[in-house]
Write a protein that binds this ligand. Structure first.
Ligand code: PLP
Length: 362
């Protein structure tokens, strides 16, 4: 069997070109006689890999010089604790609750200080982004936290909240490198890479230098201090070396494709094909307020649990994998990250159109 169209929310599809290149280098990485997995992270060959990866990421995102790029471990979920441990000087922070990941981050922050929920879209099952133009942000909040693209619900902040001068911290796990960003608007941008960049096990954290201090909460483990990782160039201990190598290849792939502006255009084109179909369909419906729709994660339903299950099953048989919605939401979800080709979305829509014709009760 060949490769399927993989619509998984994460771990997710990677560029085939990258996988082929990694396969070709598996047994002998560029004359070293070993794979990157077997190599000392202190070796010259590996240093070049991680340094090039950082350089390419800085170029792709135009990361200003006063930001550090850290390659960390522990998944995005570990940042839920690491952020308050390092940033909660006043033991207070504002959280905008737009889904399960934001809620988990908020709950975790509550272990370390006062996490204040300043806005939420829980009232309508997180199907929209609340108005964040004038939020009651506490004077002494250390930061304002958002989950920028809500992987499970399929919403995206198209406008950043007015933080009233406070540091903005953003989880971009599922929209990382999907479009250009103005890094200077953020204090911290971070994400697990398994959605849009690479294999699970790597977290990239882009953090403004003045936020990296010795002054962490008492009891903060060494491994959870940004400063330790920043001072050691992400090599305080053994980094997730192979994962970073794959991320580096994806950065190169993105550069070859024209960078993030070109990626945004491509992603908009793909998403439009799917959303236009959903808007015109008499069987399938999108579940998200139009103005807040994500370009990366597209949830939809038929309105019948039975038909949803039938669709997922038949889609799988036709080579469209992982279309089942999140276990907490039901329905379907197509994740159409950077590496999902346009024809994958076109073929999915053709399949949906056929399914609609066969199943619509007139
Ligand atoms: C997947 C995801 C997470 C959790 O990532 P882990 O690496 O599994 O901890 C957090 N936030 C967002 C937005 C995600 O999509």
């Amino acid at each position: 069997m060949g490769r399927v169209y993989n619509f998984s929310a994460g771990p997710a599809v990677l560029p085939e070109e990258v996988l082929r290149e990694a396969a070709a280098e598996m047994l002998d990485y560029r004359g070293t006689g070993m794979s990157v997995m077997e190599m000392s992270h202190r070796s010259g060959a590996y240093e070049e890999i991680i340094n090039t990866a950082e350089k390419d990421l800085r170029e792709l995102m135009s990361i200003p010089d006063n930001y550090k790029v850290l390659f960390l471990q522990g998944g995005a979920s570990q940042q839920f604790a690491m952020i308050p441990m390092n940033l909660m000087k006043n033991r207070k922070a504002a959280y905008i609750i737009t889904g399960q990941w934001a809620k988990k981050a908020y709950q975790e922050a509550g272990i370390y200080g006062e996490a204040v929920a300043v806005a939420s879209s829980a009232d309508k099952t997180f199907s929209y982004i609340p108005d964040c133009s004038d939020l009651p942000i506490p004077e002494d909040a250390d930061y304002v936290y958002i989950c920028e693209n809500n992987t499970i619900y399929g919403t995206k902040f198209w406008q950043l909240p007015d933080t009233k001068g406070k540091t903005l911290v953003s989880d971009v796990s599922s929209c990382f490198l999907s479009e250009p960003v103005d890094v200077a608007k953020y204090g911290v941008i971070y994400g697990g890479v398994q959605k849009n960049i690479g294999p699970a096990g790597v977290v990239i954290c882009i953090i403004r230098e003045d936020l990296i201090t010795e002054d962490t909460l008492p009891g903060t483990p060494t491994m959870l201090k940004y400063k330790i990782h920043a001072d050691n160039g992400s090599m305080y201990n053994t980094p997730p070396a192979y994962g970073i190598y794959i991320c580096g290849k994806v950065f190169q792939w993105l550069k070859k494709r024209g960078g993030l502006a070109a990626m945004k255009e491509y992603n908009e084109k793909k998403a439009k094909i799917l959303y236009d179909f959903l808007d015109g369909s008499s069987l399938f419906h999108g579940t998200v307020e139009k103005k807040d729709r994500s370009l990366m994660n597209v949830p939809f339903v038929t309105g019948s649990g039975e038909l949803d299950a039938k669709f997922v099953k038949e889609a799988k048989a036709a080579g469209f994998e992982n279309l089942k919605g999140h276990r907490t939401v039901g329905g379907m979800r197509a994740s159409i990250y950077n590496a999902m080709p346009l024809e994958g979305v076109e073929k999915l829509v053709a399949f949906m159109r056929k399914f609609e014709a066969e199943n619509l009760v007139k």
